[in-house]
Design a protein around this ligand. Structure first.
Ligand code: TRP
Ligand code: SF4
Length: 400
């Protein structure tokens, strides 16, 4: 019903690494040329876990934005902004909280997982429990259709969908809805109206998903409808409610998984990461000192690529012939590990060259980043305010 729109956010964790690039940013860069995209720094989310250490938020935010720009996120194609500068997110979070069952939040898997993982901090807080609900507000406020996320976040998207459905169910009631919907059907013109009614019956009586899709496609094409009539007709198809918030889809990144230097998940806190804008010399040294198959003690010992993190890097960075050269040379002890690593080093440096170039102008003149974000915040705020008008109205707060 609402046009395609991608929304995604990242917590400001400071300078990003190549795991972020291959896991998320590369995907953002591809998406921005296909669909209107909004990307934001989730600074409030950072506070849900690091509320006792707010000093790093500001620098981390700007550093991360430069990394996004360096990676090729293009402000002329996508909207970049900072969550806390669009306070409507907080208003929606609050309003959604009124009708969100506690159990929904408690059973989100990341809730217990993170509490166990980050056992050194007290995460038995109200803000931390509400993390996925704040995330729901981030997405629902833009009526996003797709949310690119890692697989750990899929339960959050599932919960958002339930929140949107519940919201529409509770607040999409309208006095005289049935009559208004019938009037809207008439406005489709007689041929389309007949088709609409047939497809609606088919969906409601036989549960035909195909009929539902076909009806939705027809409504998408019906140019002469007002937004409000369109909302009614979409709601009328499935039941007797307006659809005020829409249900987003998770967009799973077929992430080429780049592990850390030691083969574990790449993470700054594990000390196994390569910074996105690392110096050439640093990259060279980091890869040269990477652990390899522990069975290859001497140059003459054959190795097994499957037991070596360097091989994982070849899978991401090398073409087929290079991969074959490395695998064969490893198994036959035909090449040494340093030799094997060189193409990986070269490929990383080559990948990072344009990133350094793009970053330079922003490092020279940080006001450019401020201006990009100011524009992005303005744009995001307008969209958010449109949704909030409908939400307030639906929740009985539309009065002056
Ligand atoms: N929770 C996400 C993460 O940890 C960050 C995030 C916050 C987000 N709000 C979002 C992602 C909205 C997508 C959409 O990675
Ligand atoms: Fe790893 Fe390459 Fe050494 Fe084999 S030759 S152990 S794949 S670095």
């Amino acid at each position: 019903m609402y046009p395609d729109r991608v929304v995604s956010g990242m917590r400001p964790t400071g300078a990003l690494h190549l795991g972020h690039y291959h896991g998320a940013l590369k995907n953002w860069v591809r998406l921005q040329s296909e669909v209107p995209c909004l990307f934001f720094v989730a600074d409030w989310h950072a506070l849900t876990t690091h509320y006792d250490d707010p000093s790093v938020i500001e620098t981390s935010t700007w550093e991360m934005l430069v990394d996004w720009l360096a990676a090729g996120v293009d402000p002329s194609q996508s909207t970049l902004f900072i969550q806390s500068k669009v306070p409507e997110h907080a208003e929606l979070h609050l309003l959604l909280s009124m009708a969100t069952p506690l159990g929904w939040l408690e059973r989100v898997p990341t809730y217990k997982d993170q509490q166990e993982k980050l056992a050194d901090r007290d995460l038995a807080t109200y803000g931390f429990l509400g993390y996925p609900l704040l995330q729901a507000a981030d997405v629902l406020i833009y009526r996003a259709t797709q949310v690119p996320v890692g697989d750990d976040q899929v339960p959050h998207i599932e919960m958002m969908r339930e929140i949107a459905r519940r919201f529409n169910h509770l607040y999409g009631k309208e006095k005289g809805f049935e009559e208004k919907a019938q009037d809207a059907v008439k406005k489709l013109g007689s041929k389309r109206a007949k088709l609409y009614n047939e497809l609606r019956t088919e969906f409601q009586q036989q549960g035909s998903a195909e009929a539902l899709e076909q009806a939705k496609a027809m409504l998408d094409d019906a140019q002469n409808l007002s937004m409000i009539d369109r909302e009614r007709l979409f709601g009328f198809l499935e039941g007797s409610r307006k659809l005020i918030l829409s249900e987003p889809q998770a967009l799973l990144t077929e992430a080429s998984r780049l592990p850390g230097l030691d083969g574990q998940k790449m993470s700054k806190s594990y000390g196994n990461s390569i910074a996105l804008r690392a110096d050439k010399d640093v990259v060279t040294k980091q890869v040269r000192t990477m652990p390899t198959d522990p069975a290859r003690v001497r140059r003459t010992d054959p190795g097994d690529p499957d037991k070596c993190p360097v091989w994982q890097f070849h899978l991401v960075y090398s073409d087929k012939p290079t991969q074959e050269w490395a695998a064969k040379g490893c198994r036959s002890a035909g090449i040494g590990c340093l030799e094997c690593k060189q193409p990986v080093i070269d490929a990383i440096i080559k990948e990072q060259e344009p990133m350094h170039e793009r970053a330079q102008q922003y490092l020279d003149d940080p006001s450019l980043v401020r201006a990009i974000v100011a524009d992005g915040c303005d744009h995001a705020r307008k969209l958010a305010q449109d949704t909030m008008r409908d939400v307030r109205e639906a929740m009985g707060l539309g009065y002056n």
